[in-house]
Design a protein around this ligand. Structure first.
Ligand code: 6PG
Length: 242
């Protein structure tokens, strides 16, 4: 794992840094492999990044967009991660509709949606069962509770190691989420963390010893690049063991 931690002065600087890295990774992927794949995080932090991506000139026909997790709500629901990214970015660029791969949330049983999305990834990446694809970029955030994607503390999703996609749960509400092993196969994982409320979670995530089930973002240690982009309020008291 190649971990880089950067503390940026404020959210705007964090977003600009994330933008530069994402644009570089996607352009490199397209240049080297003819295709770029990115999985998006939800929540509020990444929205300005998506708005800035909408202003970029990228080879959209060669870029494929996925989501690292999704709330189990209709695609037009205000809480939908898909809806947020489409409004902020995807509806504004000439990306083919077939290059956008949302997690379906219209099955009565979320487990069916999880299985269907896993099958979609296997077909897209042309991999077999128990193989893991390498996304070029996976964007992540963390909650105040140190969850990431929809891998919430002390939930069954944290124990899933043989699947790409599983069902998460937040306060009893179902989510569809990438599993930790799928995230850990990415070429680059980029955490974007802003705000003083994240300090405590970051301290536990970066601690040399702490419980991974209590602080699920500790489960993320990709074989590729791991970027932690923090704003000053989030990262100012972080002691990093070199
Ligand atoms: C989601 C996200 C989730 C998010 C964190 C941080 O579906 O909500 O994927 O993991 O990244 O909760 O959210 P904020 O950026 O809003 O703090």
């Amino acid at each position: 794992m190649n971990r880089v931690v950067e503390v940026l002065p404020d959210l705007e600087a964090l977003i600009d840094r994330a933008l530069a890295i994402v644009v570089d990774k996607l352009n490199t992927a397209v240049a080297e492999r003819g295709i770029g794949t990115i999985a998006l995080s939800g929540g509020s932090t990444p929205k300005p990044l998506y708005e800035k991506l909408a202003e970029q000139s990228l080879p959209w026909d060669k870029i494929h967009v996925f989501w690292g997790d999704e709330r189990y709500v209709p695609a037009d629901h205000p809480g939908s991660n898909q809806r947020m990214a489409r409004l902020a970015w995807l509806d504004k660029v000439a990306i083919p509709a077939s290059n956008i791969h949302p997690m379906a949330t219209n099955e009565s049983d979320p487990a069916i949606s999880a299985q269907a999305h896993e099958a979609e990834l296997q077909a897209f990446f042309q991999i077999k069962a128990n193989e893991f694809p390498e996304f070029d970029v996976i964007l992540l955030g963390i909650g105040d509770d140190a969850h990431t994607a929809s891998l919430f503390p002390h939930t069954d999703a944290l124990q899933v190691h043989d699947r790409l996609i599983t069902v998460g749960s937040k306060d009893g509400q179902p989510r569809i989420t990438f599993t930790a092993p799928l995230i850990n196969h990415a070429r680059s994982v980029i955490f974007m963390v802003a705000g003083a409320s994240k300090q405590s979670a970051l301290t536990q995530i970066f601690a040399s010893v702490a419980d991974d089930m209590t602080y699920p973002a500790r489960l993320i240690h990709p074989s590729g690049e791991l970027w932690w982009l923090l704003d000053q309020p989030a990262g100012q008291n972080l002691e990093l063991k070199t």
